[in-house]
Design a protein around this ligand. Structure first.
Ligand SMILES: [Zn+2]
Ligand SMILES: [Zn+2]
Length: 240
């Protein structure tokens, strides 16, 4: 494409994390690719944590998901939250590097493939409005939009509303996280038509305990969603 070539002449494509020059737009250089823990092989069917074993095995669950009942149907994650994946998530969250959402959309779509179904509605986990003002944008909204584009699905950025601020979850114990997230979301009454009877794919940047996904799932189920599946860009996992 002539325009693309012209743009490249002035702005040669760079690696999205180290800015080394690369052959294609919106990708990682070889070194950064090797340092990014993309999840492959057998995974937990509820959160996407990688597990040892044959990927063709029947449904497998990680220790976390065996201990904690998950209200959603299935879950996946594109990468483990460490090394370069952690850098990418933090850059997306704090660094105003919105261009990262485009390759992230491709990685999310690949991870989500076993869960995708026609007519699924992509819904981001909302930030509290106070944080939204501080951050200017919600990274989950960017990720959901990028994924919806790649997967050819509809998205609804305001299907869920935060009812109250839950503060930072960092440093809290698992039980405290679940307690603080209880009832944190409600389905947007103005979007009930799009939720009721539909399969929902809930998107967030990071899954740690799963407390946020659980509260958001409960709000969607209460609003009549046919099913909810969850997708995170990066999973904080003990075992790797
Ligand atoms: Zn690089
Ligand atoms: Zn799991």
């Amino acid at each position: 494409m002539a325009l693309q070539a012209l743009i490249h002449a002035f702005y040669p494509p760079q690696c999205i994390t180290c800015h080394a020059l690369v052959a294609t737009d919106f990708g990682l250089c070889g070194d950064c690719w090797r340092d990014t823990p993309f999840i492959t092989g057998l995974v937990c069917g509820k959160c996407g944590t990688p597990l040892p074993g044959d990927p063709n095995e029947a449904e497998a669950l990680c220790d976390d998901c065996l201990q904690t009942a998950r209200p959603w149907q299935s879950g996946r994650s594109a990468m483990l939250y460490r090394d370069n994946a952690r850098k990418i998530v933090l850059a997306l969250k704090h660094g105003d590097q919105m261009e990262l959402a485009r390759p992230a959309g491709e990685w999310l779509a690949r991870a989500a493939r076993p869960m995708l179904q026609p007519g699924m509605l992509v819904v981001p986990v909302p930030l509290h409005w106070g944080r939204m003002l501080k951050r200017k944008y919600n990274q989950a909204v960017l990720l959901a939009a990028a994924l919806a584009r790649v997967a050819g699905l509809q998205q609804c950025p305001d299907a869920l509303l935060r009812r109250r601020s839950t503060g930072s979850q960092e440093g809290r114990t698992r039980d405290a996280r679940f307690a603080s997230m209880q009832g944190a979301f409600q389905a947007n009454p103005r979007r009930s038509e799009r939720i009721r009877g539909h399969h929902i794919l809930l998107v967030d940047d990071v899954m740690t305990s799963g407390a946020t996904f659980a509260a958001a799932t409960e709000a969607l189920v209460a609003a009549g969603a046919a099913s909810v599946s969850v997708l995170s860009l990066a999973r904080v996992a003990k075992q790797a």
